[in-house]
Design a binder for this molecule. Structure first.
Ligand code: SF4
Ligand code: SF4
Length: 281
């Protein structure tokens, strides 16, 4: 039977000194909020936007967030209790698992955030009518607000990485911060919470009365680009709506950067930016 040889190192071979691994100071998990990403029917663009925070994402994971659920990044099969659930995508109402997932998410999460156009108002998935190669049984999709109460909307297709990051930081401060930080975080989140309350009930008339007629429209054309049935044209620097075509999906209202314009946020803007910059250092 062969005996194991002990390896001997020739005396003329210099060994590289092993670099000392400095142990990073880790924040205790109990000081973090539990968050996760629930992926329903969407293109994964919102998750890519979250990842596009690069170092900022590592900072979030190091200091503020214990990432407890994510089909892509965490090996967890069942939706756990979460402080903040970031939901991407709409719900296929013929897919019982998706319907159950969104209901479970609501039951187990303190704050549900609809991230991106598909979760907020259905976006392009609203018009899917079967025939997709990957899941041909799917025929109709609804925004998550049609099935559960949603606390915060982050509109955009996809939202900016900074916007997703800011909401995560502010949700952390709302739950774990000092009284002053909680107040600032509530001010920051309020317009996005109001947007969630409106859900998909807003339409071009609301855009007309609350944005255009108030002189807040800056003529960016986002509403016209977002309208799935082309009920909005952009003429002479201002949007014009054809109300007979409007299906009242709420896309134009959610996507308009001025529909959730808030004087409270503008008044606190410096403090808000200071706190976010400080948190990301
Ligand atoms: S159909 Fe077009 S105009 Fe009507 S609410 Fe939707 S996006 Fe706005
Ligand atoms: S998205 Fe809002 S700000 Fe931009 S053109 Fe439409 S109404 Fe005006």
């Amino acid at each position: 039977m062969a005996t194991e040889k002990s390896a001997t190192i020739p005396s003329d071979v210099k060994m590289e000194k092993k670099a000392e691994v400095s142990k990073k100071e880790e924040k205790s998990v109990s000081n973090k909020i539990k968050a996760g990403h629930v992926h329903l029917s969407g293109c994964t663009g919102c998750l890519v936007a979250l990842a596009d925070n690069y170092q900022g994402l590592f900072k979030l994971l190091d200091d503020y967030v214990d990432w407890v659920y994510d089909l892509t990044l965490a090996d967890v099969r069942h939706i756990p209790e979460m402080d903040v659930a970031l939901v991407e995508g709409s719900v296929c109402i013929q897919d019982h698992e998706s319907v159950e997932d969104i209901k479970t998410t609501r039951n187990k999460s303190k704050i549900v955030v609809a991230v991106g156009g598909c979760a907020c108002y259905g976006n392009i998935t609203r018009f899917a009518r079967g025939g997709q190669h990957n899941q041909p049984q799917h025929e109709s999709y609804v925004p998550i607000g049609d099935l559960i109460d949603v606390d915060v909307y982050i509109p955009g297709c996809a939202p900016t990485p900074q916007q997703i990051r800011n909401v995560c930081v502010m949700a952390y401060l709302l739950l774990m911060g000092t009284e002053d930080q909680k107040k600032l975080a509530a001010n920051y989140l309020k317009p996005l919470m109001n947007l969630a309350k409106r859900g998909t009930t807003a339409c071009f008339c609301d855009l007309m009365t609350e944005v255009i007629n108030q002189g807040l429209c800056m003529g960016c054309g986002t509403c016209a680009a977002a309208c799935p049935v082309r009920a909005i044209t952009h003429e002479w620097g201002k949007p014009q709506g054809q109300r007979d075509l409007c299906i009242k999906c709420g896309a134009c209202y959610s996507q308009c950067p001025r529909s959730w314009y808030s004087f409270d946020v503008m008044n606190e803007f410096e403090g808000i930016m200071e706190i976010i910059d400080g948190a990301m250092k």
